[in-house]
Design a protein around this ligand. Structure first.
Ligand code: DGL
Length: 272
């Protein structure tokens, strides 16, 4: 559905903020010769506490913009926006959307203790997608759910390893460990930027699950079916244009943590 065959696809990505960069980071690794448009809806960040209708409205506005800039496929690099809006997006538009799903399945499959922790936003926990996933893969497991209050804001502020951040993470992670969790699922795309801190608190024996590599692989497969992958022989190395509806500085700082050489010209403020 939606993908035209045979050209090198431009991939649109959006999130409420910088979190989706954790997905972009994986996408550029496996699609180094495709182009990307990253959209950070910072003026509306965080999405977690917002009503579903508002998130759908934002997702549609962003989709319209990404299409106007040439996106051929859209990765909704935000668990909260996926939970709230992916059905509405798929109904409204003909192009393909790839969504995020909390990686409960691999955690459940590999858990030895039968206990897993899930850290996500309120919006993601409330979504149908999450409850369906739980029913399907984790019905005989103990799932310790924790809303990551305040974490998105800390990552947006670039505070990924400060003392305050560790303190808050300790309050969320230590109870999971005390209950025997051997896997912690990162159910928000901002949280992979806190991975080192989470691992320190949880200890080396606990596996932290980030769904971004699987989402990137899925995107690769969709594009590959239609022959839309850029190639080393014929295409130039990927370029990304980054847009933000709010403060662009966070986006520049976090994107350059991943790819230091990104030039100033690829960052733009855009109110929609
Ligand atoms: N990165 C978003 C997610 O994956 C952040 C949610 C928010 O803005 O509250 O859920």
């Amino acid at each position: 559905m939606g993908l035209k065959e045979g050209k090198k696809a431009t991939i649109g990505i959006f999130d409420s903020g910088v979190g989706g960069l954790s997905v972009w980071r994986e996408l550029v690794k496996i699609l180094p010769y495709n182009n990307f448009i990253y959209f950070s809806d910072s003026a509306y960040c965080p999405y977690g506490p917002r009503p579903q209708e508002e998130i759908i409205e934002r997702a549609c506005k962003i989709t319209d913009f990404l299409i106007s800039q040439g996106a051929d496929i859209i990765v909704v690099a935000c668990n909260t926006a996926t939970a709230a809006a992916i059905e509405a997006l798929r109904e409204k538009y003909t192009l393909s959307f790839v969504g995020m799903e909390p990686a409960v399945k691999p955690a459940a499959l590999h858990s030895k203790t039968g206990v897993i922790g899930v850290l996500a936003t309120k919006g993601t926990f409330k979504g149908k997608l999450y409850s369906r996933t739980l029913q399907k893969f984790a019905s005989d497991l103990r799932v310790v759910e924790q809303v990551g209050y305040g974490l998105v804001e800390l990552v947006e502020a670039g505070k990924t390893s400060e003392e305050d951040t560790s303190k808050i993470l300790g309050q969320y992670i230590l109870p999971m460990i005390a209950l025997g969790a051997d896997h912690i699922v990162l159910g928000c795309t901002h949280y992979p930027f806190l991975r080192d801190e989470i691992q320190k608190i949880a200890g080396d024996n606990v596996i932290i699950v980030d769904p971004a590599p699987a989402v990137a692989r899925h995107t690769f497969e969709l594009l590959s079916e239609k022959n839309l992958i850029g190639k080393e022989q014929t295409d130039s190395l990927h370029q990304t244009v980054f847009y933000s509806t709010g403060n662009i500085e966070n986006l520049v700082r976090m994107a350059r943590r991943i790819q230091q050489s990104l030039p100033d010209e690829c960052f733009k403020e855009k109110l929609i």
